[in-house]
Design a binder for this molecule. Structure first.
Ligand SMILES: NC(=O)c1ccc[n+]([C@@H]2O[C@H](COP(=O)([O-])OP(=O)(O)OC[C@H]3O[C@@H](n4cnc5c(N)ncnc54)[C@H](OP(=O)(O)O)[C@@H]3O)[C@@H](O)[C@H]2O)c1
Length: 193
């Protein structure tokens, strides 16, 4: 089992959203996310789930975290409701942690077996768009990343976003998963060390 977290945060303040929206529009970054999670199993919080068009990502199995046991999923054949991280304790495949802030924090600091071995850290250097609601930052998860992980890739730079792959110090990492992610990030990217 490999657990992979992937996010795109704004430089300096680690903001990933304002209200329910991501306050930038970078199609190449959105495509990287969709390519990385393509046909994979993802885990997300209810608010992030509601931010996906039609509450779905085609071809993905989605675990949705919510305390509302009556929450109606858009596609129960592919999506499952979970009320705690514990329900994934016996999961054996690869899991892609897709946010939002509360879910990144839960996995970066939660049960050891479910801590991501790989983090795809994308940083957006442009201006934030105006949006309604409170800014949502992942500074706590970034602090864990900087303390417990090491960067093993160059920065893949494209359209004002710099992406890099980090792995958890001391953990074995499945090479086939890494190779697949590298192949996605390096397409059309300028590399910087
Ligand atoms: N830039 C990026 O890479 C990126 C990625 C993903 C999301 N986002 C942005 O992040 C923002 C959303 O983040 P968020 O932190 O506010 O919301 P979120 O993590 O998407 O969802 C929060 C909800 O998930 C459920 N939840 C979380 N932890 C739980 C637990 N341990 N047990 C049971 N339920 C749990 C709760 O649902 P209930 O209220 O139903 O109990 C909670 O209200 C949006 O702006 C979104 O666009 C950005």
């Amino acid at each position: 089992m490999t657990v992979i977290a992937m996010w795109c945060r704004h430089c300096d303040d680690d903001i990933i959203g304002i209200g329910k929206n991501i306050p930038w529009n970078v199609p190449s970054d959105a495509k990287h996310f969709l390519d990385v999670v393509k046909e994979q199993t993802i885990v997300c919080g209810r608010l992030t789930y509601e931010s996906f068009p039609n509450r779905t990502i085609e071809g993905c199995q989605i675990y949705v975290l919510s305390s509302d046991v009556a929450y109606e999923l858009s596609n129960p054949a592919y999506h499952a409701l979970i009320s705690s991280q514990k329900e994934l304790a016996d999961f054996e495949g690869d899991l892609y942690i897709a946010g939002g802030a509360s879910v990144y924090s839960l996995f970066m600091t939660g049960k050891e077996k479910l801590k991501p071995q790989i983090v795809v850290d994308c940083i957006y250097y442009g201006d934030l768009q105006k949006s309604e609601g409170e800014p949502i930052s992942i500074s706590d998860s970034v602090a864990v990343l900087q303390k417990n992980y090491r960067r093993i890739s160059p920065f893949y730079c494209q359209d004002n976003v710099k992406s890099a792959i980090w792995i958890k110090k001391g953990d074995f990492v499945e090479q086939s998963v890494l190779k697949r992610i590298v192949a996605i990030l390096e397409q059309n990217a300028e590399l910087q060390w």
